[in-house]
Each structure stands twice: as structure tokens, then as C-alpha cells.
Design a protein around this ligand. Structure first.
Ligand SMILES: Cc1ncc(COP(=O)(O)O)c(C=O)c1O
Length: 243
């Protein structure tokens, strides 16, 4: 069989499998354990985190990186986490927060946003890319959709069906110029591992990735977040304290 569908999933690369084997068979400690096996696993985990951040053009000083089981989980954490943080910090809840989401998102983003809208938790604007713009959103239509209540824009970088690349850097700049408090998430599941990505240049607050799209085994993914107020935010979003 000639397999041409890495956008759906890929086989694990033999070198990846080889590099991971010791952590399944010998160095299998829990990185939260204080004993030697745990600390050895922790060192490997932190090295992986640092390497990935550097590959994404950022560092531990500016960004955090968290491992998840998949892009679906990462996207859920971001969308639901941003809302949860807003609810915690707006106890009076006089207005509903507003999300802007591209209509061509993968269901791991779209279905979450539509669910939050259905249960009355958010107001939602879906942005439809114009055919004459080759499937790309324009800065003008994003800016027009922004309101003072917009707390999150979510636009994928590469589309999983068409491969269309959205102009993320320009979209982020436009959002931050009009509403600096609005956060920007980009589902980068179809681009990270395939084209070089510099999160610092793109300026996104959150990015999600998924290893099984670029020859890691299934169940290996990550999302990254800029470090602003991260400690407090993470406690609120995940209910856990991290360093
Ligand atoms: C753009 C995009 N986002 C998210 C996902 C979900 O990723 P995962 O399969 O790792 O949950 C996919 C998978 O097809 C995808 O293509």
C-alpha cells in the first residue's frame, strides 16, 4: 500500500521508537516521584520540553509547554480554560464573553466553541473565509468581528482538509492592536512538525500540536502558552499547581 495520508495520521518513525524505548522499559519512573527513577524520568521530560520549545523558536523564559494525549485535548483545554479563567475573574457576570472562531476549524475546536455557545456560556462569531481569497480569512473581517467582549480568537494555521494556510501573524497583530486583552489561539496540529514554526514571530498566546501527525506514536501531543500570569491561570484552568 502507498500511504499518502499523514494529515490523518502517520506511522511512528523507527528513530522515535528507538529513542522512546528506554522510557517504556527501563527509565519508566513517574517524574513526580522523588526517588532516582522518578528524577531520571523528570530530567528526560524537562529536556524534551526544552527541545520542543527551542524548535518552536521560543524558550522556557517566555513560554510554557504542556504535554497532552492529543490535539483534541489541547484544544479543549485552551478554549474551556480561557472561559473558565474569565468566569473566575468576572464573578458579577454582567455580560457574556465573546469568542471568534474560524468556521473551517477542525471539530476539536469548532464543536467545543459551538457547545459553549449552545449552553449560553459564550457568544460566538464564526468567520467564513472567502472563496475569492483562496480560503484565507482577511484581517478586515476579523477586525470587524472583534468587540470589547471578545476574549478569544481561534484560527487554525493549516487546514486539515484543504491545506490552506491562514495569515496568522497578520491576524494576531490586528487583534492585539484593536483589543490587546483578547487572547489568540492557533490549532497548529497540521503544521507543527511539517513546516518550520516560530511562535515568537507569530505572536500567538496558545498553540496546539499533535505528535501522531509527524511520526510520533499516538497519544503524544503538546500545547504551548505564553508565560503571562501562567501560574495563576494554570491553577484556575487545570485545578493544579505547576512550577
Ligand atoms: C487541525 C486538527 N486539529 C486537531 C486534530 C485532533 O488531533 P488529535 O487526533 O491528536 O486529537 C486534528 C486531527 O485530525 C486536526 O487535523
Amino acid at each position: 500500500m502507498l500511504y499518502l495520508d499523514f494529515a490523518a495520521t502517520s506511522a511512528c518513525h523507527p528513530q522515535v521508537w528507538e529513542a522512546m524505548t528506554p522510557y517504556a522499559l527501563t527509565d519508566f519512573g513517574n517524574p513526580a516521584s522523588l526517588h532516582e527513577a522518578g528524577q531520571s524520568a523528570k530530567t528526560a521530560l524537562e529536556q524534551a520540553r526544552t527541545t520542543l520549545l527551542h524548535l518552536l523558536g521560543v524558550s522556557e523564559q517566555s513560554h510554557h509547554l504542556l504535554f497532552t494525549s492529543g490535539g483534541t485535548e489541547g484544544n479543549n483545554i485552551v478554549l474551556q480554560g480561557v472561559l473558565r479563567r474569565w468566569v473566575e475573574t468576572h464573578p458579577d457576570k454582567q455580560c457574556r464573553p465573546h469568542f471568534i472562531v474560524s468556521a473551517t476549524e477542525h471539530s476539536a475546536v469548532l464543536a467545543v466553541a459551538q457547545h459553549l455557545e449552545r449552553v449560553g456560556a459564550i457568544a460566538l462569531t464564526l468567520l467564513y473565509p472567502h472563496a475569492e481569497n483562496e480560503g484565507r480569512l482577511t484581517v478586515a473581517q476579523l477586525v470587524e468581528a472583534l468587540t470589547p467582549e471578545t476574549i478569544l480568537c481561534s484560527v487554525m494555521h493549516a487546514n486539515n482538509e484543504t491545506g490552506v494556510l491562514q495569515p496568522i501573524e497578520a491576524l494576531v497583530q490586528a487583534v492585539k492592536t484593536k483589543n490587546s486583552a483578547c487572547l489568540f489561539h492557533s490549532d497548529m496540529v497540521q503544521i507543527i512538525g511539517k513546516l518550520p514554526i516560530n511562535l515568537s514571530a507569530l505572536g500567538v498566546d496558545f498553540a496546539t500540536a499533535s505528535g501522531h501527525k509527524f511520526q510520533a506514536p499516538k497519544g503524544e501531543a503538546f500545547w504551548s502558552v505564553r508565560r503571562w500570569g501562567f501560574q495563576r491561570w494554570l491553577r484556575c484552568v487545570l485545578g493544579v499547581a505547576k512550577k
